[in-house]
Design a protein around this ligand. Structure first.
Ligand code: FMN
Length: 208
């Protein structure tokens, strides 16, 4: 990468250093740091500036256990349906449960379409929803980078996307919120593995 001013270098370092963490130490984390990361998420771009996402923060062990327990039943059914052996299914469930219960916080990210632009036709309604989902990804990345910049770790878990009703019921959240992802937050128990990346030349599909 070409020489960068120190502010840009710091940003690139945070971007490059972040990686998905799946095992957490039990060290406590100040809630203020979670709040800061949610503020950073709020600065993400969004369609018409609507910020179509909401965060549900689970700090209590009881709430994290409740979520893990509720999701486990659905996930067990789905994995068995996929033909996975009952032993493997139980191992995977146990690992997932540990991720949710060991991390000091779990944050559930929900789509909120209450402020979406209404359209009379299906196509634009679909595009509006898609834009909201795209925007949720940008909010998630701001959130993850802000956590990392504050010395915390996290990792995206897509489970809620497959059982939104179960998550809503377990957390007793508004029916207008659509759970899309969850993020255990804490400090890594061990240095995470880095996944290799494509070079810019491999990523650039055209430059006209
Ligand atoms: C939409 C999305 C869903 C993901 N779901 C999961 C998941 O359910 N479980 C998991 O361990 N990682 C999940 N990940 C994390 C990716 O596996 C990870 O980001 C990727 O392998 C690159 O590694 P890195 O984040 O360490 O750079 C997800 C990432 C995204 C963007």
């Amino acid at each position: 990468m070409t020489d960068l001013p120190s502010r840009s270098r710091q940003l690139f370092d945070v971007i490059r250093d972040r990686s998905s963490v799946r095992a957490f130490a039990r060290d406590p984390v100040p809630g203020e740091l979670i709040r800061n990361a949610i503020e950073a998420a709020g600065w993400a771009p969004s369609p018409h500036g609507t910020q179509p996402w909401r965060f549900v923060v689970l700090e209590s062990a009881a709430a994290r256990e409740r979520l893990a327990g509720a999701m486990a039943s659905t996930w067990r059914e789905q994995l068995l349906l996929d033909g996975q052996s009952p032993e493997l299914v139980e191992t995977r469930l146990q690992r997932s449960r540990e991720r949710l219960t060991r991390a000091p916080f779990v944050v559930v990210l929900c789509l909120f379409l209450g402020d979406a632009q209404p359209y009379p036709d299906v196509e634009r309604t679909r595009a509006e929803t898609l834009m909201a989902v795209q925007s949720l990804g940008t909010a998630a990345q701001n959130f993850l980078l802000a956590l990392h910049a504050q010395g915390l770790d996290s990792g995206w878990m897509c489970g809620p996307l497959f059982c939104p009703d179960v998550v809503r019921a377990a957390l007793d959240i508004d029916s207008g919120l659509e759970p899309q992802a969850m993020f255990p937050v804490g400090r890594a128990a061990a240095a995470p593995k880095r996944r290799p990346r494509r070079t810019p030349d491999q990523l650039i599909a055209g430059w006209q």
